[in-house]
Design a protein. Sequence first.
Length: 521
Amino acid sequence: MRKLLQRWGALALVLLLTTLGCLWYARQKSGLFIDEIYTYGLSNSHFAPYLTDVAGGDARDGVLTRQQLFDYLTVGEDERFDFASVVYNQTQDVHPPLYYWLLNAVCSLTPGVFSYRSGLLLDLVIYLVAVALVYALAWTLYEDRLAAAVAALLYGLSAAGLSTMLMIRMYVLMTALSVLLAYLAAKLMKQPKRLYYPMFCLTLFLGLMTQYYFVFYAFFLCAGYVLWRLWRREWKQALCFALWAFAGVGLLVLAFPACLDQLFAEKLVSGGNAVENLTAFGQYPERLYYFLRSTIHGMHAAVLVGWAALVAALLKFRQLKKEKNGASPATLAVTLPAFPTLVVVAVISPVVELRYVYNILPFFAVLAALPVALVLRLPETRRALLAAAVLVTLWQARAVVPDYLYLEYRDYNAAAEAHSAAPCLYLDDNYFAPLTEDLEQLLYFDEVFVTGDPASPALKTYLEGFDDAREAVVYIDVSAFWSSGFDAQETLAALLEQTDFTSARHLYTTGLSETYLLTKE
């Protein structure tokens, strides 16, 4: 038992603390980001990737019922484990299907149920695997269990790591697979075995089947590995590795041929958009500053602990200079690719958000553990450093709130529920993005009438069925970038002119729409 605790006790404690942190914030999650709703819809909607598809492709001047909206998010009793539907939906989207398959499988266990718990449970399991892999990677590199535990804790309770888990999206799986890829590369460099080559190939394939942005870290990692082998004149190993890596890419094309159309499409998330951003040189400073600042903020404890350990190592340089320093080729090979990946993704990402580099953030925790591993060899500083690392990490987990909680959605839901008996109107010119963003609130209404024209005869006919209604809730699509871009005040004025309602009160604002309550005198 003692040997078991010595070997696995630190990892078990890290996983326990990480689980508690994840559950603490998961209980507070009060809303879904629009892409998270897409995740549920693309995973569970039966051959209908977008909300407008449940209305035959055109939702204008018609009604979307609560059941239709609910069906979009959930797996039907006769639709469980329908992976063909997932593949079809993803061919109409811009991402590969692996994470969507997994979420569909989890939701298929509770057909007809829409719950955050399905996605959060899946994410929690994957996230704990990612944290354990960070531990395994750091242990492989530094051969010190406590340094490995510090690396895992620095990532597991980081604001960026917790945000990765809280976002019901493919980034958590991409992160776990990125760390696994790095672990296999480190093992190949330190103690190569034939089995690692096909495992590396399979991991590369699964990563690309999760998110195309996986390719950037994988590319720099593979390039560094091959160059290292060539520098050592190990031609056969370099060629063997390269062939297995290319095989992983080839498997993607065979398993999901739609990837070629998606990569070369002219959409917001596509290869065409990436090229546009790459040539927009004026954006570089702002984008690079955002990603660098956000990375430091999200990995604050790793930055503090890493620098503190480095200073301590420099102060004890004479004692440590005879020690194995840990900066092995394997350490450099798996951590340094994170830096060019950060730069490239910052430049070409479709929108400026940190989630596109969530998969490389564990490597900054691993890198921070390098000076930690050195200082831990000094008995006089060992306990102090460990205590400081744990305290700083716990402080960050409590003080720096992760993203994707959407606490304000409690008020949005309360407002929708309070007026759920009133007719609900949605002013949108058949764009599914704003409808998707407001979907959770729209579920409070029996039905939603969608129109792109406030003077629509169909709208007037629809409202005649509610002659005794003293109020109505209206959503107005105001985003010119993502959707219709209506002017809220002009649209409200037109609505009041065309209907019996006499006044409007603003209820709340989301990213793509404004919500008002229309009333009669």
